[in-house]
Structure formats: C-alpha cells, structure tokens
Design a protein around this ligand. Structure first.
Ligand SMILES: Cc1cc2nc3c(=O)[nH]c(=O)nc-3n(C[C@H](O)[C@H](O)[C@H](O)COP(=O)(O)OP(=O)(O)OC[C@H]3O[C@@H](n4cnc5c(N)ncnc54)[C@H](O)[C@@H]3O)c2cc1C
Length: 637
C-alpha cells in the first residue's frame, strides 16, 4: 500500500498556517466533553497534557515512574535548537529546515520538518515565560552554542542539564492543570495494551506497578508519547526503564511501525568498562564545541599517557576528514569515524575501544573557569565514573546507542493509521529521517506537545462524538484478560535464566549484527538467532514473585518479551533497505567509508504492518518528495 502522509500542498512557508486554519475547531464549551489519554509525561507528553488541559479537554496522563518529572527527558544534557538567529550568524527557519533534512540524509518529510523549524522559535519563548533558566551571556541575552551538523550557533542550553530544566517547566504547567482539575495524573502505571474498537483507538490497559492491579481507561483519543527504543541494544545511554512496549502493543493492534532500523549511535559516550555493566553514560555533543577528537597517529604511542604524545603525533581525524565541520560533524559520521580509528588498531584505553576528546586547546584559549561554566557538571560526572580529571587529561569516548529515529508511523497531524491514536516525541518517526541532529529531539518533543497536537487533535475530535465507548465494552475486558494471561505465563515458566540474561544476549546480537555497521549476512544471522532466543525465553525464563505486588522482574520480563519481537522487525527493516543512509550503515553500500544512498529505489518511509509473531510483516511505503531542497549526496567536507 502507498501511504499518504496527508501533507498540505502549496508553498511550504504557508502550509502549517493554512493547515491550522483549515482544521475544524472544537467549540470551547464542548472541549470538556472530550476525554484524552496521554501516555508519557516526558517533554512531549508533559507538554501535550498541559496544553490540552489548558485548552479545556479532560486529560488522563500516565507514566510508569513515581513522578511525571522523572521521565527520561530529564537526562537531556546539551541543549535545544531554535532558529532565533540571536548570534546574527546567518540562521533562519529555512536553514534549520535545510540542516535537518540534510542531517537526516534526505529521509524525512519536508512539510513536517518545515513546521518544526517554524515553531522552534515559539518553544524558546514559551520556556522562557515558564522560567526555564537558559544560559545567558554577560549582557543578559540568551546565549547559544553550536551542535553537530550546523555551521551556525542555534542551541539554547542550561549548562549540561537542559532536559531537566525544560522538564521542570513542562511539569509546572502540568501541575497547574492537575490542580485545576483538567488533568488527572496516573503515575506508576505501565500501559500494556491499546484498546481498539471497530478500528478506532478507544483506550488503554495498564498495570498498576505498585499493587499489580490491571486497570482500563477509555477516551475519545489516545496520545502515545512513550519515548524511544534503543534499549533493544541492552547497553545504551537511555534510562533502564525505556522500552518499546507501548509502541509495540499499539503496533500489534494495527499501528504501522516506520523505519525501525534508523537508530542513532552517539559518538561521545564513556566507554564500556565491563561485561556486566547495564548502562552507558552520554557525554553531551556540546562538548565537541570545545573538545577535539583524536587518536595517536602511531600505534607505538598507544600505551603512553596522552599528555606525553606530542601535537604532531596526534591524528585529529574529524578535522582531517571533514575540514569544514571538523569536530562538529553530525553524529552518524562522527561515530563511524571513531569506530574506523579503533578498527584500525589506534583506539585508546582498555580494549582499544576509545578515542580522546581533548579540551587542552580550549582551556589554553578561554581558561579552565570558562570551560567549567559551560560543562562543569559533565566534567564532574566523567570524573565520578572514570576517576580521571578531564581538565588535566583528555576524556576517553566511544560511540553508544542513544536515540531512535524510527517509531510509529504518523501523518502530518501526528495521527497514526489507527484513527484516534496520536504519537508524539521520540515515539514517532516523523522529522529526523535516518539521523537526528543534536539538540533537535527536545525541539521536536516540545513542538509536538506545545504547538502541534493542540491543533491537530482538535481537528480530529471535531469530527467524532464524545464518549462513544466506555470501559464496560467487551474489548476492554478482553484486553484485561490478555494482560492477565501473559502475567500468569511469565510467572509459571520457572526456567533457569534471568530476564536480564536474555536481554543482555539480545542486546549483544543487535549491537554486533544490527549496530553501527550491518551487512546482509549479519542481519540474516540475527533473523535466525532472534526467533530461537525468543523461543528459549518462553521456555526457560525465570520470573520470581507474584503479579499482585511491586515486581520489577515481571515488569522487565514484559519489556524484554516485546524487545524480542521488535528486534526481529528492526533487522528485517535493515535487511530490506539495500542502501546506507544516516545511522543505517550497510557495509555493502559505501563510498570510501561514507554512506551510499540509493534514491532511485529507497527514497521512502518504510512502514511495517504486524501480521502475527513469527509471520512476515507487510511493508507499506510512503514516497518522499523533495521540492524545497535539492536531493544531493551529503557532504560535510
Ligand atoms: C543522556 C541523554 C542526553 C540527551 N541530550 C539531549 C539534548 O541535549 N538535546 C536533545 O535535543 N535531545 C537530547 N536527548 C534526547 C532526548 O532527551 C529524548 O529524545 C527526549 O527527551 C524524549 O522525550 P519524550 O517525551 O519523547 O520521551 P521520554 O522523556 O522518554 O518520556 C517517555 C514517557 O513515557 C512514559 N512511558 C513509556 N512507556 C510507557 C508505558 N508502557 N506505560 C506508561 N508510560 C510509559 C515514561 O514514563 C515517560 O513519562 C538526550 C538523550 C539522552 C539519553
């Protein structure tokens, strides 16, 4: 099937304004008659729930943490982009649009990206009004720094804690609505099914993580803002609770999964220290503003203290390979370049899986105090983890799984192919193509939540009667039964391997065969091994405790079971896409180490329809058209 993204036509500069005007409105007095479920209270979901509450809808918001403000967005470090052009260095909506399309290796929809660039400026105003303490320069104006894939400084930041400050802003707005009674907050609830009645999304089934109770909630529309899925690699920069579960349950109920193979491996993370590590730590891309990546030119220097290796014996490989972008080359390119150095035997640190990120030049230029002001908390974090002082010696870095560009397919209104199901933030596939630029995820989450969904959901609700289905409907009962049955199954297997043992093995397969580099053979290996691992999981997993209590083994078992199904789809998607683009690097398709796209055959969004576990999913395509940028080979040289 050819999918229609329902993008408005006409001059791109006017599409969003015209579309907003064309959307039907819900009369203010009628809004309170509609119930909306928002799953997820990170930046996307928190902003959406607060905005929809402010508009007067009845909102039920859900998260699995013990507080809305513990969503994973809180971990975001480096900043948020906007096209304000405060530094007067040539930025514009068009440039942010262009950089994002190019950064995504021409695999995103033009209309969605334009809208993102357009509303980016509103986001900064909104957050400043909320009191988000963005960094300011000496004169008191908002400060900007640079991020990868751009030659202008457009990133607004709050030291290395931008996500936390933005989330506190969204959380304040959400709390106001909770107090006003427009939003009812349900924390410690994990969505375990989407309820679809006659092809329309009507509610969700959740497990109360404290009591184990299975609960149903009905609404006129459901928004998923449940974050990304890179924990499929087991080790990643994401919080350990991040999962594909909500998306996967919706997928199994008919929502198409778009571009699952587009995952981002971030170039600057603290290298893994041991086999039993369960989490990797990001060092923000903002550090590449002042840090320079290098490895020794000569293998003979590998054992030396980095400060003893003279300037002329260092290979500043990003500056050498990409002179115009240098250390601010986009993430996919910087990650591959780091791997290339390590594969060449010039990697530093234990196991040779590391490159240096060196601040000595910047410290000489601006002084250690300025560097501390910019990134002090990141340097502290690095020292706590490695016991090394990065003011005195270079940091050691290695790429790690970080972000998922793929997600549930949505149209221009952020509605999936299931009417009434909307998907926001990292959970959808919409704007980043095959590679996300730094500081663009926060921008997208807040754009979706504050400035897109409040309009587009109204356009949908204006066409439906409120309250048509409630939780007495047989479909709600069936979903509850299904969830109860799978809980019983997990607890009854009583096998010999722990849940995390399975997840670690799956993650290893994904990293090895579907990670930074993939090949036809490696993917075919996974397409055999993953179903076998899944089969073993259902025979040999051990989950202790009961379903009627707080049981983290049970929670993880559910998430792992979903990853074991999803991972196969991811490999299938990577296998079918016989090209390299952005973060999807198929070793067969490269030109001197650079990704080689095949626009003639693969310039589309690949959206998969679930046909059953162990059955082949069906691929639907949404062709991508480029009318406002020239479809070209990406170059950062
Ligand atoms: C270490 C780190 C640093 C980063 N730094 C930056 C940065 O500087 N700039 C930038 O632009 N981006 C950054 N990113 C990316 C960015 O933080 C995320 O992409 C973004 O915050 C995701 O927001 P979200 O609202 O979509 O999802 P999340 O913040 O992940 O929120 C997901 C929400 O969904 C809920 N949820 C999930 N599943 C379920 C379920 N089954 N049932 C109930 N609730 C559920 C969770 O409880 C949570 O409330 C960073 C990411 C990491 C990991």
């Amino acid at each position: 099937m050819i999918l229609d993204g329902k993008c408005p036509t006409g001059p791109i500069q006017q599409t969003w304004d015209k579309h907003r005007f064309d959307l039907k409105l819900v009369n203010p007095a009628n809004k309170r008659k509609y119930n909306i479920i928002v799953v997820g209270t990170g930046l996307a979901g928190g902003a959406a729930a607060a905005s929809l509450g402010e508009l007067g809808y009845n909102v039920q918001a859900f998260c699995y943490q013990d507080s809305a403000r513990r969503a994973h967005s809180i971990a975001a470090q480096g900043g948020i982009n906007a096209a304000k052009n405060y530094p007067n260095d040539g930025d514009s909506i068009y440039r942010l649009f262009y950089d994002t399309i190019k950064g995504g290796d021409f695999r995103a929809r033009e209309a969605d990206v334009w809208r993102l660039a357009q509303v980016s400026n509103n986001i900064i105003d909104q957050c400043v009004a909320q009191g988000v303490p963005f960094a300011r320069d000496y004169a008191g104006y908002l400060d900007n720094r640079s991020f990868g894939g751009a030659q202008v400084s457009r990133t607004f930041y709050a030291r290395g804690q931008t996500g936390q400050q933005l989330l506190l802003g969204a959380y304040s707005a959400l709390s106001r609505q909770i107090k006003a009674g427009t939003v009812k907050m349900y924390d410690r609830r994990e969505m375990l099914d989407l309820v679809v009645v006659d092809g329309v999304a009507r509610g969700i089934t959740v497990r109360n993580l404290v009591t184990g109770q299975i609960e149903s909630y009905a609404a006129d529309a459901v928004c998923l803002a449940t974050g990304g899925y890179v924990n499929v690699f087991y080790l990643s920069t994401n919080a350990m609770g991040c999962s594909v579960t909500a998306n996967w349950k919706a997928h199994k109920k008919g929502a198409y999964f778009a571009n699952p193979c587009y995952t981002q491996i971030h170039p600057t993370c603290i290298p893994q220290a041991g086999d039993y590590q369960s989490k990797l730590t990001l060092m923000s891309e903002s550090l590449r503003n002042d840090g320079r990546c290098w490895v020794p030119k000569n293998k003979a220097d590998l054992g030396k203290h980095p400060n003893e290796i003279p300037e002329e014996a260092r290979d500043y490989y990003l500056e050498r390979k990409y002179p115009s972008f240098g250390n601010l080359a986009p993430r996919d390119i910087a990650s591959r370049a780091a791997k290339e150095q390590c594969d060449d035997g010039r990697g530093v640190g234990p196991g040779g899986r590391g490159v240096y990120l060196d601040f000595s030049t910047s410290i000489k230029r601006v002084g250690a105090d300025t560097i501390k002001e910019r990134y002090g908390n990141l340097f502290e974090m690095y020292e706590k983890i490695t016991d090394e002082d990065a003011y005195k010696r270079p940091m050691r870095m290695y790429p790690a799984p970080h972000y998922s560009m793929g997600g549930l397919w949505v149209d221009y209104n952020l509605m999936s192919n299931i009417p009434g199901l909307f998907v926001l933030g990292e959970a959808n596939f919409s704007v980043h193509g095959a590679n996300r630029l730094g500081a663009s995820a926060l921008m997208q989450g807040l754009a979706d939540g504050y400035f897109v969904i409040p309009y587009t959901i109204g356009g949908y609700l204006a066409t439906v009667k409120p309250g048509q289905v409630n939780t007495d409907h047989a479909e709600f009962k069936k979903c509850e039964e299904d969830v109860n049955k799978s809980t019983e199954k997990f607890l009854s297997i009583n096998g010999k391997r722990t849940v995390s043992d399975f997840m670690r093995e799956l993650g290893g397969l994904m990293w090895e065969n579907c990670g930074m580099a993939r090949s036809k053979e490696s993917l075919e290996t996974n397409l055999k091994k993953i179903p076998a691992l899944r089969e073993e999981f259902w025979k040999n997993v051990k989950v202790s405790g009961s379903g009627a209590e707080l049981n983290q083994q049970l929670e993880n078992a559910g998430r792992t079971a979903d990853f074991l199904e999803f991972a196969e789809l991811m490999c299938r998607d990577a296998h079918h896409r016989n090209e390299s683009c952005g973060g999807h690097f198929r070793v067969e398709y490269q030109d001197e180490g650079e990704a080689q796209r095949d626009d003639a055959n693969y310039c589309y969004v690949g959206a998969w329809e679930f046909k059953g576990v162990d059955k082949e999913p069906e691929l639907h395509k949404e062709p991508l058209k480029f009318d406002n940028v020239h479809l070209a080979v990406r170059s950062y040289k």
